[in-house]
Design a protein. Structure first.
Length: 533
């Protein structure tokens, strides 16, 4: 193998086609990064797949990147991407294609036009002259997962993701972090590490949309042109909407599992509490993961029950809505636990102000006649879920509906006025539960429908509104709520979904995080098709 490697510098070398079996030897030679410049399937079944090489490279401790280019058709965008990889990935680096010539040509182009790279691994956003095939706004679950799926379907697509953050979070685990059941650091990775191979990361914030001219404006550089746009920036947690809240978060007994840095404080409060009053709040819908506010209550109560102190704690759940859970089938099993924990339910009760040092909270409570009374409550622990809206840049754009969400057809996820635009995840107007599980299903819908639209075909794939909310009713048991539009039950497994199960706990705690990092974000669509497909 070493005889076939051409060394260009101390940091960079090229080689002809490599196989999974070569990876251990390459690592033994001192290489740290392998770049595959050959499109999958170029030589038919005899060519090793990128996935197979990637698995072998990971086992050998190598960083693996797939940047497929067509021989004789290397673009300036691909050269820029390659330049960033050379500057930011650990060396020595070995790039390969069928003969090695393509990788060498790409290296020469990259060397001739390299600009000073960002230290974050993001591409420069200052002078975007090329029109991207697809621009994705948002590097969360929906944006990263979609980019990976599109690349698997059409490796040569020029895709850019606009995302200002340098960290990527697995937010569903924060409920468990707040219960002492999950390691916080396992819920976060560098954004660069989850960015799909061959996708350009533009580390900038979107400041506006110009759909008539097919452009997106950003805070760092020139507008970015696109052929197709996907809007998936997530939603906004509006902490500022509750006076006094921001000043006391993370102290004075005020916490929230909706923030990475606060979930550990939830567990600290739960562990320390032996008596007193615990308040849990839920704002008006829609919110991210509608069951999460009460999950925090159930898991806290479960710990207090196990320690024998629950009888000394007054547990109160203040819900701005009128029902415990939006899908009626799951209310009876949840009420079993509400009664077991002796939790007091307060419906149509909205948190409106907090005084942390005084340990007081105020709620506007609406009666059956619509009359609103402001009520003061003292607390020892207050778990807050803030009001949530679409991001300001979406709400103020022409893409939004009257409520501020990206206005899409809820079945195809295509924008209702701009056919070259799609949306998925928390920011879109589809009336589904805003969960990572919903995004997992929506990714398939958008990937297939967007590619069909690009080729002038009818949109083939329909979204059934699937969302999943693993309701952690006690430590070790979960009611696995899976449902679609209209509250239709859509269980993945042939079991009664309203029964709390140990198997569902294992699924959420041990299996789904692995599925997220290793399948969903890498374009593997395990159990990800909607029932209507």
């Amino acid at each position: 193998m070493a005889a076939n490697i051409t060394r260009h510098t101390d940091k960079f070398s090229t080689a002809p086609q490599l196989s999974p079996e070569d990876m251990a030897g390459i690592a033994a030679l001192g290489f740290r990064t392998v770049i595959n410049n050959r499109p999958d399937g170029e030589a038919g079944p005899s060519q090793p797949s990128s996935d197979a090489i990637a698995r072998a490279a990971e086992t050998a401790g190598l960083v693996y990147i797939h940047l497929p280019v067509i021989s004789g058709q290397i673009t300036e965008l691909q050269a820029r991407q390659f330049a960033e990889m050379l500057a930011l990935r650990p060396g020595p680096i070995l790039a390969f294609c069928r003969s090695g010539a393509r990788s060498q040509n790409l290296y020469q182009m990259a060397s001739g036009q390299r600009t000073k790279p960002s230290t974050t691994g993001a591409a420069s956003a200052c002078n975007w002259g090329d029109t991207q095939d697809i621009v994705i706004v948002g590097g969360g679950s929906a944006g990263i997962g979609l980019a990976a799926s599109l690349k698997k379907r059409q490796p040569n697509l020029q895709i850019a993701i606009i995302e200002p953050k340098d960290k990527h979070y697995y937010q569903p685990s924060w409920t468990l972090v707040g219960a002492g059941e999950f390691n916080l650091q396992d819920s976060v990775r560098d954004m660069a590490s989850v960015m799909p191979a061959g996708v350009t990361w533009i580390r900038a914030a979107v400041t506006g949309f110009d759909p008539e001219n097919k452009k997106v404006t950003i805070d760092k550089g020139n507008p970015i042109s696109y052929q197709n746009l996907v809007v998936a920036p997530g939603l906004k947690l509006n902490w500022q909407a509750i006076p006094g809240l921001e000043d006391t978060l993370g102290k004075n007994g005020v916490t929230s599992n909706y923030r990475f840095d606060l979930a550990p404080y939830t567990w600290e409060l739960v562990r320390q509490m032996k008596s007193g009053t615990a308040l849990f709040t839920q704002p008006a819908m829609p919110i991210k993961c509608a069951g999460a506010p009460q999950k925090a209550m159930y898991l806290s109560c479960s710990d207090w029950e196990q320690r024998g102190v629950l009888k000394n704690i007054s547990v109160n759940f203040h819900n701005a809505g009128a029902v415990l859970f939006g899908v009626a089938d799951f209310v009876p099993p949840l009420m079993v636990y509400v009664k077991r924990y002796n939790a007091h339910l307060h419906f149509t009760s909205t948190l409106v102000a907090v005084d942390g040092p005084a340990k007081k909270a105020w709620f506007d409570e609406k009666d059956a006649s619509g009359n609103v009374t402001r009520v003061e409550k003292s607390f020892d622990m207050l778990h807050v879920v803030p009001p949530q809206t679409a991001p300001d840049v979406v709400r103020e754009s022409r893409l939004a509906n009257a409520d501020g969400w990206v206005e899409v057809n809820q079945v195809t996820l295509q924008h209702v006025r701009y056919t070259d635009i799609f949306s998925l995840g928390d920011a879109c107007s589809s009336p589904n539960a805003k969960t990572a599980a919903a995004a997992r299903k929506q990714i398939v819908v958008v990937a297939e429908n967007l590619l069909a639209a690009r080729s002038g075909r009818a949109l083939p794939t329909k979204y059934d509104g699937y969302g999943s909310c693993p309701l952690t009713v006690e430590k070790g048991r979960i009611v696995l709520a899976e449902f679609g539009f209209g509250g239709k039950l859509l269980p993945t497994f042939p079991l009664n979904p309203t029964v709390p199960r140990r198997s569902a706990w294992i699924l959420k705690k041990n299996i789904l995080p692995w599925v997220y990092w290793n399948l969903m974000l890498k374009g593997h669509e395990w159990l990800a098709r909607s029932e209507t497909d």
